[in-house]
Design a protein around this ligand. Sequence first.
Ligand SMILES: NC(=O)c1ccc[n+]([C@@H]2O[C@H](COP(=O)([O-])OP(=O)(O)OC[C@H]3O[C@@H](n4cnc5c(N)ncnc54)[C@H](O)[C@@H]3O)[C@@H](O)[C@H]2O)c1
Ligand SMILES: [Zn+2]
Ligand SMILES: [Zn+2]
Length: 365
Amino acid sequence: MIGSMGHEVRGVVSHAKGEPVRVETVRVPDPGPGEALVRVQACGVCHTDLHYREGGINDEFPFLLGHEAAGIVESVGGDVTDVAPGDFVVLNWRAVCGQCRACLRGRPWYCFNTHNASQQMTLADGTPLSPALGIGAFAEKTLVHAGQCTKVDPAVRPEVAGLLGCGVMAGLGAAMNTAPVQRGDSVAVIGCGGVGCAAIAGARLAGAVRIIAVDIDERKLAKARELGATDTVNSGATDAVEAIRGLTGGNGADVVIDAVGRPETYLQAFQARDLAGTAVLVGVPTPDMRLDMPLLDVFSHGGAVKSSWYGDCLPSRDFPMLVDLHLQGRLPLDKFVSETISLDQVEEAFAAMARGDVLRSVVVF
Ligand SMILES: NC(=O)c1ccc[n+]([C@@H]2O[C@H](COP(=O)([O-])OP(=O)(O)OC[C@H]3O[C@@H](n4cnc5c(N)ncnc54)[C@H](O)[C@@H]3O)[C@@H](O)[C@H]2O)c1
Ligand SMILES: [Zn+2]
Ligand SMILES: [Zn+2]
């Protein structure tokens, strides 16, 4: 605590493209109008944090990384009424504005003007930090917009709840909100990392009868089974499209979700659908990737091709509901936590993620 200058805390900073991250002193202002200061209790390591460190998102270094977090609200700006000190919250990167054309049409999950804190967090020398996804939660405390705080039942463990803040919500929502999977559907999920395994869990919750997991890593396929896959396909060894057709009476699946985000996996998702089926892209491609396919295939296959940003979630609607389902034993969110680590181990967690050793490493404070 440094009085009117705010707070000095430890945080994980990425200074330059490809350079290992460092734990440094971060200055966090006291909350102003519309803002909340949150004491972070847990924050998961997401592939997107690594994308930031590799310069794959933008060039606005230095970044304060971390964005899949849960914690306790410590203080709020004078005008804030929806959260209060002591509330247990999951942080989100979709604080909807209520004013843009998407919000006004009743589709706030497409909000084009989401809120973040207006004051900046800085390094000790005053250099402004760019918080990952407007959150920056690999830090003992972080400053966000109050709308980025979603209250959930405090009976859930922070390291489990925080995962809803990004990748796990993206996967669950790709199946439950974007597709949306209907009771009785057949579903295939390509790529079974944290996002793909969450899509499998979402398909199961939505009532899919057949859930086919596709990956090139047998360890991920084993994890996918634990989360509800009824069948698995190692697409390093077999043709994914033929295997999915074979498991669905020769037809293809009603819904195929691409949780990798590469041209080859997207084409598999496109082709492994039943006629008039739905393909959902939730994996994030890089700017250099291109798609080349006969336009006639798009026409003759029919159905829908969709993209899923953050699982088309509405945090205020979805986070408390998913936490309740977890607490009732109907959604095994705890299975996504492969290991808990300290703030000093984020760089090692990136390496574990690249090796495919983990679904999620979670920093606990
Ligand atoms: N749309 C969103 O809002 C959103 C949110 C969070 C993350 N994401 C994105 O989702 C993607 C997955 O994230 P994650 O955290 O699960 O990553 P991850 O690295 O943990 O998992 C990726 C999985 O894909 C598998 N894989 C790689 N190449 C494959 C191939 N050719 N065929 C089949 N499987 C293959 C890997 O073995 C691994 O199991 C990333 O691109 C991430 O940026 C999207
Ligand atoms: Zn809006
Ligand atoms: Zn993320």
